[in-house]
Design a protein around this ligand. Structure first.
Ligand code: ADP
Ligand code: MG
Length: 218
């Protein structure tokens, strides 16, 4: 369902150029859960940004469900991303002035989900936060914030979830509890997952683990 073909990507800063990928090939099947490990600075977040279409490769093609990103205009790519991809970040990225329920409903507006409020409440209940609907992010613990973010990532039934070190800011016990919830929900929905993590234990929950070394996934 996801295919990266001969990707090349470098960052340019002044006269310096940082080569991240020279010829990256990668594919992920539908419903597969894949962990990406690798040293800090190896390009894991860059890889997720390329898959999300937020940054563009210098060369090569990305296909999600046979749609080639390079064939989409900027606005079509934005719609495509909003419809097909869900994101979970290390720092939660919740909107600080919106409560838990409003945060979860945000993607539903862009993606025209039917009955967004009912669906958001149902999801918040399924992540164990049915009693925290009105709480602002500042009134939630780290683990609770990440559970809100998981509910938000799933509200529009994305084909694929991209998670960048989702338990990286949580203590081990809280992180494991949050990962239990994430894996339970994506299994139920047969959602494809690409998960960047530094934790071998978290990676072990996935069917495949890749390590990103010198621009190659092995
Ligand atoms: N926007 C950018 N401009 C220039 N260099 C960048 C940019 N983003 C990341 N880098 C550099 O690219 C390398 C890979 O970064 P990143 O993908 O964030 O790695 P990781 O997520 O594995 O820690 C790092 O050396 C980083 O400094
Ligand atoms: Mg990173």
């Amino acid at each position: 369902m996801l295919e990266l073909k001969s990707l090349k990507k470098a960052y340019h800063q002044g006269s310096q150029s940082i080569e991240i990928f020279e010829n990256l090939n990668f594919h992920v099947k539908r419903g597969e859960r894949v962990a990406i490990m690798g040293k800090s600075g190896s390009g894991k977040s860059t890889l997720l940004s390329l898959i999300s279409g937020i940054i563009k490769p210098d060369e090569g093609d990305i296909f999600l469900n046979a749609t080639a990103y390079k064939d989409l205009k900027e606005s079509a790519l934005n719609d495509f991303r909003a419809t097909n991809i869900g994101f979970i970040f290390q720092n939660f990225h919740l909107v600080s002035y919106l409560n838990a329920l409003e945060n979860v409903m945000l993607p539903a507006k862009v993606c025209k989900v039917s009955n967004p409020k009912e669906k958001a409440i149902e999801l918040l209940k399924s992540v164990g936060l049915g009693h925290r609907l009105d709480h602002l992010p500042s009134e939630l613990s780290g683990g609770e914030k990440q559970r809100v973010a998981i509910a938000r990532a799933l509200i529009h039934n994305p084909k694929i979830i991209l998670a960048d070190e989702p338990s990286g800011n949580l203590d081990e016990e809280t992180g494991n509890a949050v990962m239990d919830i994430l894996f339970e929900l994506i299994k139920k929905n047969n959602t494809t997952l690409i998960l960047v993590t530094h934790s071998q234990e978290v990676a072990n929950r996935c069917e495949k683990t890749y390590e990103l070394v010198s621009g190659s996934l092995t």
